[in-house]
Write a protein that binds this ligand. Structure first.
Ligand code: IMO
Ligand code: MG
Length: 424
């Protein structure tokens, strides 16, 4: 069984926990897009781990983790992550981690350009500043440098020279910056190549051959559906396809080999960075969700914007991702709230919208239509059986299931592995 897990909102849905949990039953986990803009948190016992580039299943010693070709890799960040785990006595060996030779490499000028572009833009995106957008841009403009190039000094030299010739001119003339030095980047990245070299291979071949042998694969999405470059709230999106469709181009595994798609969704909604957010809350309720849910970015530490559950948004997500099972995460954060709202439609210029609009103007001005349900006083935190949830919490889940027309199979009631309800 080969399964995909994606986020159904704007990222940070709790994919890390869900993937760590689901990966018990698979042999391989594969990242297929994004880069170290992601921040996936996994809690094991008293220990908390945050992964940016490494697949969240890396804590399972006997699982193989793959960074597929669709991911952009900042080698410096990757080495820091591997070394960080080593300090915590977790050794990530080349047998356990495979990185595609086709992955595009994040270079220092991508990170700098990410920041400069943001500072110049009137309408800021609020990127993570990790150089993700500029790196994907180079991939598409066909001047990118790939992981495999770091193992070939001659090729790296000529590609880097070509890039710097153009980029330094832009940095100087457009942004008034100093030149990047060829020598220092070249040396630095050759060194990374030496260090990461043993992990690099043709991962499309590796994953497909593993499937041929009957191995089960879990594809780990980063970001979320509404940060997808095509289906997200463009231009307030990331630069890759974070929907299920991204799996095929980002890993080299065909759609015919994928059996099931699961989406993680928060019991409410959050968003980091700029862009429209129809159910966004302000004042006390926002602060309450933010502090109870510890809604601060795992990558940049920025406070996350918070709002009610938006069924218009998630229903669209269920459609574009072909979701057959949903996992509702962080239900316990709603514990103790007197009233809980669910958005069931938008009002725009006197009209009622039932489907998520692609027009950003409409979205900026759409007013959510809410349905209100009573909250629950008994905590859901740590509950492991559906029947033991307070009645109103069960009603909330049932209502979401009806609105979304999809099975809610998992409910997370805390950050620990055991705080998970699985429904038959
Ligand atoms: P995980 O995998 C939440 C957001 C940024 C910004 C926009 C573009 O942890 O869910 P980028 O640096 O990608 O060019 O920024 O995307 N963003 C995320 N928001 N969770 C993430 O990842 C995100 N990765 C990027 O805040 O609005
Ligand atoms: Mg995150």
């Amino acid at each position: 069984m080969n399964v995909v897990v994606v986020g159904a909102q704007w990222g940070d849905e709790g994919k890390g926990k869900l993937i760590d949990f689901l990966s018990k039953d698979v042999d391989l986990t594969v990242r297929f897009q994004g880069g170290n803009n992601a921040g996936h948190t996994v809690v094991v016992g008293e220990e908390e781990y945050v992964f940016h580039l490494l697949p969240s299943a890396v804590l399972h010693k006997n699982k193989i983790c793959v960074i597929g070709n669709g991911v952009v890799v900042d080698p410096k960040a990757l080495i820091e992550e591997i070394d960080g785990l080593k300090k915590r006595k977790i050794n990530v060996t080349p047998k356990q981690l495979k990185i595609s030779d086709r992955c595009h490499v994040v270079l220092p000028y991508h990170r700098v350009l990410d920041g400069l572009r943001e500072s110049k833009r009137e309408n800021k995106i609020g990127t993570t500043g990790r150089g993700i957008g500029p790196c994907y841009a180079d991939k598409v403009t066909r001047c990118g440098i790939r992981m495999g190039d770091l193992l070939n000094s001659g090729l790296l030299k000529s590609k880097l020279k070509d890039n710097l010739k153009e980029k330094n001119e832009v940095f100087r003339k457009v942004y008034g910056q100093k030149n990047f030095s060829f020598d220092s980047i070249y040396k630095e990245y050759l060194k990374y190549g030496k260090k990461i070299g043993p992990y690099i291979c043709d991962t499309a071949l590796f994953v497909n051959q593993s499937i041929d042998k009957g191995k089960a694969v879990l594809f780990e999405g980063a970001q979320g559906t509404f940060l997808d470059i095509d289906f997200g709230t463009y231009p307030f999106v990331t630069s890759s396809n974070s929907i299920v469709g991204g799996v095929c181009s980002g890993s080299g595994v065909a759609p015919t080999r994928i059996d099931k798609a699961i989406a993680a969704v928060k019991a409410y909604t959050t968003r980091v960075g700029e862009g429209p957010f129809p159910t966004e809350l302000t004042a006390e309720l926002r602060d309450e969700l933010q502090s109870k849910g510890n809604e601060f970015g795992a990558t940049t530490g920025r406070p996350r914007r918070c709002g009610w559950f938006d069924s218009v948004l998630v229903r669209y997500s269920v459609m574009v991702n072909g979701i057959s099972e949903l996992a509702i995460m962080k239900l316990d954060v709603l514990d103790g709230m007197k009233k809980i709202k669910i958005c069931t439609g938008y009002k725009y210029r006197g009209k009622i919208l039932k489907d998520f609009p692609s027009d950003i103007e409409v979205l900026w001005n759409a007013k959510p239509i809410y349905e209100e349900i009573a909250g629950w006083t008994k905590p859901t935190k740590g509950v492991q059986e559906f029947d033991k949830l307070p009645l109103n919490a069960r009603r909330y889940i049932d209502r979401l299931e009806k609105l979304l027309k999809v099975r809610i199979k998992y409910v997370s009631t805390g950050s620990k592995r055991s705080d998970t309800i699985i429904r038959d």
